[in-house]
Design a protein around this ligand. Structure first.
Ligand code: GUN
Ligand code: ZN
Length: 572
């Protein structure tokens, strides 16, 4: 059975997802700690008790190579052997191949072994090319990896399909197209060395190139990405799975992870952490006997990793991932370069990023001008006919009529960033007309008829409801000042804007349900206007362009089309 995957929340290019494999459900982004069957630093029981562990990764090649281990795992199956009934992902020996140049198994051999031990997720023997690898060689290695992928097409486990190609983006593209067509779980491979060398802008280019060339419903794993300082960046680019051997490897080397970087335990006089380990031992951690010290350092590294992952998920939930990213990327120049590098991918990111968010847009530095909210806002400001504009960095010249709308309405910038005051106050009807244009397109202002009555909130004094005679034709959401059209206005929008503008087109099969007010599932989405964004108010129509309902698009257009699971439009 293939994996089921649906998106629950979105921010930037990242998502919180619900992933189901073998009737085991986990939430993504998910971190799978790597369990080394030869020298486990932390027992499975302890991992489970401390972290409520739902998934782990281990290495099938190391199991295959050791005679006693192999026979035992083959006899019991990997779940029983590890005494773990959560998701078990196994790797294939590719990493050993990269480190030692060869392995003593074949692609078929290791696939079959993973089937026999009952891995939930398994890998073929992809070849991780090193960064800057001589291109003809990287191309050849990629071809071999793609050949090997074919041998895994009918595997009994969910294939964690490696995408290689070194730092050559055209090869990465070729790999993504080749793998993405055949596999649901795609893994960006060959990136460990880049991260060790703090080459995060190359990492951005690679992940973005891969993601852009995969269908958006593919689950994306970042192979060997286990340092919490990179989680926000990788999640913002749409990585769903991470695995960490780093927590243990770093511990063995006396390295103490923080969400902002790595410290040597020997160089610390104070511990910047209050996890159970750091609270219990304090600086005594340094004095522990070697084995205990390594184990406890590994535990701390894991605590800090899960903590950061939770922070990333909370940021996605509340729409503040860009703000988290801008903090994290200030802790190392390599990360800061990566933040700037995102500007090369802002077209792609801005099509994924929701148009409105629960939390304010905070200006955190010059690079804020590359944010997808800015890209999207600039595009929509062009729709507005008003000549009354003020300068507001980083958006440019903003029509004064839309200043209450997200992102302008909740925008906050430090002193010294250009922010002109509106020279005069604007009539509500003018605001309404301009917001219509901003939100739906040039010409939408015509739909605000002279007879419309505006009712304001007593509490805030801002526009809340719009009536035509007795009929409510729209409301204005308090949080972001976006217009929510009701039936009458929706029908007018449909007449004013040609198919498929502003529309989510659904299959006839779904029409009876959606008519009743049920959500539109992504499975029934036929087409979505590509100029729409997640969180936009949309017209749900059938193939004949009959208006069925209005609703909020909760996925990006491409996602609504690509996904076959989960909600695409929350219908009103
Ligand atoms: N572990 C770290 N990097 C890789 C990779 O590129 N491929 C596989 N299979 N495992 C890895
Ligand atoms: Zn700690």
């Amino acid at each position: 059975m293939g994996p089921d995957f649906e998106v629950r929340d979105k921010d930037v290019g990242g998502r919180i997802g619900k992933l189901n494999i073998d009737n085991k459900t986990v939430e993504t982004p998910l971190l799978m700690p790597v369990y080394n069957p030869n020298k486990p630093l932390i027992s499975i029981e302890e991992l489970r008790d401390r972290f409520n562990l739902k998934a782990l990764m281990t290495n099938s090649y190391l199991m295959l190579k050791d005679d006693t281990l192999r026979e035992k795992v083959l006899a019991e199956g990997v779940h029983k052997y590890l005494n773990f009934d959560g998701l078990i992902a196994t790797d294939s020996g590719s990493f050993q191949l990269m480190s030692y140049g060869s392995v003593s198994t074949t692609n078929r051999g290791i696939i079959e072994f993973q089937e026999r031990i009952g891995s939930d997720i398994g890998s073929f023997l992809d070849i991780p090319s090193l960064p800057d690898s001589y291109k003809p060689r990287a191309a050849e290695e990629l071809d071999t990896s793609l050949e090997r992928a074919k041998e895994a097409l009918n595997a009994k486990f969910v294939v964690n399909a490696g995408i290689q190609g070194s730092t050559h983006l055209d090869l990465r593209k070729k790999a993504a197209l080749g793998i993405g067509g055949n596999f649901r779980l795609c893994a960006v491979g060959g990136i460990v060395r880049l991260m060790e060398d703090y080459r995060f802008s190359d990492l951005v280019d690679i992940i973005a190139t891969v993601k852009e060339n995969l269908p958006s419903d593919r689950i994306v794993h970042a192979f060997g990405l286990g340092h919490p300082m990179v989680f926000s960046l990788a999640a913002a680019l749409g990585c769903d799975l991470f695995d960490s051997a780093a927590y243990a490897l770093y511990a063995q080397d006396g390295r103490y992870m923080t969400e902002a970087g790595t410290k040597r335990l020997d160089n610390l006089d104070y511990l910047p952490c209050s996890c159970p380990i750091c609270s219990k031992y304090g600086m005594e951690l340094r004095e522990l006997e070697e084995g205990e010290r390594i184990k406890n350092l590994a535990l701390h590294n894991l605590y800090i990793s899960f903590e950061e992952l939770n922070r990333v998920k909370q940021a996605i939930r509340e729409g503040s991932l860009w703000e988290l990213l801008s903090m994290r990327t200030r802790s190392h120049p390599g990360l800061f370069s990566a933040l700037s590098r995102l500007s090369d991918h802002s077209g792609w990111l801005s099509r994924l990023d929701p148009i409105t968010k629960k939390t304010p847009f905070y200006y955190t530095g010059r690079e804020s001008r590359y944010r997808s909210e800015v890209v999207n806002a600039r595009k929509r400001m062009k729709r507005v006919s008003s000549v009354n504009r003020i300068r507001l960095q980083p958006f440019g010249r903003v029509p004064v009529e839309v200043l209450d709308v997200y992102p302008f309405g909740s925008f906050s910038s430090p002193e010294g960033v250009v922010r002109e005051d509106p020279p005069f106050s604007v009539r509500d009807i003018e605001k309404l007309r301009a917001i219509m244009e901003y939100q739906f397109g040039s010409g939408a202002s015509d739909l605000i008829e002279d007879g419309f009555r505006i009712k304001k909130s007593r509490k805030t004094g801002r526009i809340r409801w719009i009536y035509r005679k007795k009929e409510l034709v729209a409301s204005v959401r308090a949080s972001d000042h976006m217009i929510i059209p009701k039936q009458y206005l929706a029908e007018k929008l449909r007449e004013r804007f040609k198919y498929p503008k502003l529309r989510v087109v659904i299959d006839d099969e779904a029409v009876p349900f959606v008519s009743e007010g049920k959500s539109v599932f992504a499975r029934f989405v036929v087409w979505v206007d590509p100029d729409l964004r997640a969180n936009d108010e949309v017209l749900v129509v059938d193939r004949k362009d009959e208006l069925i309902r209005t609703g909020t698009l909760v996925l990006a257009p491409k996602e609504a089309i690509d996904f076959s699971r989960g909600v695409a439009v929350r219908v009103r």
